[in-house]
Write a protein that binds this ligand. Structure first.
Ligand code: PMP
Length: 405
């Protein structure tokens, strides 16, 4: 196993501090990561000390807070190598970022009969906004099929791309299998057809460094809470010319330069997309999360998490009926046990203090493609330990013994 100092990483998480049997065995980081102390501190500091809002009031505290708020935009731009701070739009999360692209970018461009390509690989957040939009505009959602590894089959893309294709929407990493499609190949094919690409980075950004310029992606969406930041804050990156061409989606305070009772003039980008008072504590918490995360060797941290998933899969594979849906090299381990319902196992695991998730994981088409009604998903993060693996395996044995009675 890679010599990653997990104890040093782990000590930042108050939720894991209690060194006794109550310490949670937290294997649900793909749903939401635990929060490290610097992030908690940043949000507490805001409510305790800042006493201000942003982009509105003229008093000193409001001005310096606005500066920090905008500096975070530059910090996040640097984190994903976006060319300009203005290319970063604050949203509530990946879901809202994708809906924003659907409504602000695509809706005005979509004619009846136009097409959006989506695969069964997607989380509902990168499927339902396109279904809604297709219905609103009488457009079509076209399916990019899966290959035998349950990844979007990029070789099928050229035959699907046409003069009617207006967008390709693709995840960087599945929240069920942990599989990662060849984004560079997909983006190159789409661009050769003049089709922009939106990448859902909700899971992917947690596991690898992202360079939106190297990827040449048109839109990139992610959430703070999976990246050790607060809930309710997310990011949409968009190429400058695309963002500039977009109309606002939400209307309200501070997204306009002037209004009459008849019409308004939208603000510049990105404020045009940020109507209303933003999640200030969320932005400051995300700033702390990004700064904190960058103090670690992220590659070693990822290797460590993957090694834990390897160890869990190896032990669980000794159980009769165990089936893994894990993509090799992923820290996400979705599995089931033949003839035993995942809901029964998860209820008993919860009793043992083992926290993971069972069901369809907001990825119903992918779950169906896997040929199951649901899976149990243990997602490993760098704060997990081999003891967590042992507790998971013991918990599954405990559940199966009880259910066999
Ligand atoms: N896409 C993927 C791949 C996800 O895993 C998730 C969260 N489970 C989302 C999108 C949606 O993220 P959020 O709920 O933070 O908007």
């Amino acid at each position: 196993m890679t010599p990653f100092d997990f104890a040093d990483f782990r000590r930042h998480f108050p939720a894991l501090a209690a060194d006794n049997s109550d310490t949670p065995c937290y294997l649900d980081s793909a749903a939401t990561a635990l929060t490290p102390q610097p992030v908690i501190q940043a949000t507490v500091n805001y409510y305790q000390n800042a006493g201000a809002t942003v982009h509105r009031s003229q008093h000193k505290a409001a001005q310096s807070l606005t500066q920090r708020f905008e500096q975070t935009r530059a910090q996040v731009a640097e984190f994903i190598n976006a060319p300009r701070a203005e290319d970063i739009v604050w949203t509530r999360g990946t879901t809202e970022s994708i809906n924003l692209v659907a409504q602000s970018y695509l809706r005005p461009r979509l004619q009846p009969g136009d097409e959006i390509i989506v695969s069964p690989f997607e989380h509902h957040a990168n499927l339902v906004p396109w279904l809604m939009l297709a219905e609103q505009c009488r457009a079509r959602v076209v399916t990019l099929p899966l290959n035998d590894q349950y990844l979007p089959d990029i070789t099928a893309l050229p035959a699907l791309l046409s003069s009617r294709t207006r967008l390709l929407a693709l995840s960087q990493m599945s929240n069920v299998t942990g599989g990662q499609p060849d984004l560079a190949a997909a983006i190159a094919l789409a661009h050769a057809n003049g089709t922009p690409v939106l990448v859902d980075g909700a899971q992917g950004i947690v596991h690898e460094a992202v360079d939106v310029q190297a990827l040449d992606v048109d839109f990139y969406a992610f959430s703070g809470h999976k990246l050790y930041g607060p809930t309710g804050i997310g990011v949409l990156y968009g190429k400058s010319d695309l963002l500039e061409s977009m109309v606002p989606w939400h209307g309200g305070g501070k997204m306009l330069t002037q209004t009459t009772l008849q019409a308004f003039t939208p603000q510049q980008v990105p404020q045009r997309f940020e109507a209303g008072t933003p999640n200030i504590a969320g932005v400051l918490g995300l700033s702390a999360a990004v700064a904190w995360l960058q103090t670690f060797d992220r590659v070693a941290a990822e290797q460590y998490s993957v090694a834990l998933a390897d160890a869990a899969e190896k032990e669980l594979a000794k159980i009769a009926g165990f089936r893994s849906f894990r993509h090799a090299g992923s820290s996400v381990l979705a599995f089931d046990i033949a003839e035993v319902h995942h809901s029964d196992i998860i209820a008993l695991l919860a009793e043992k203090g083992v926290a993971l998730r069972a069901g369809q994981h907001c990825a119903q088409p992918l779950t169906e493609a896997l040929g199951v009604s649901g899976t149990l998903r243990a997602s490993f993060a760098p704060y997990n330990t081999l003891q967590d693996v042992t507790r998971l395996v013991a918990g599954v044995h405990f559940a199966l013994e009880l259910l066999a009675d």
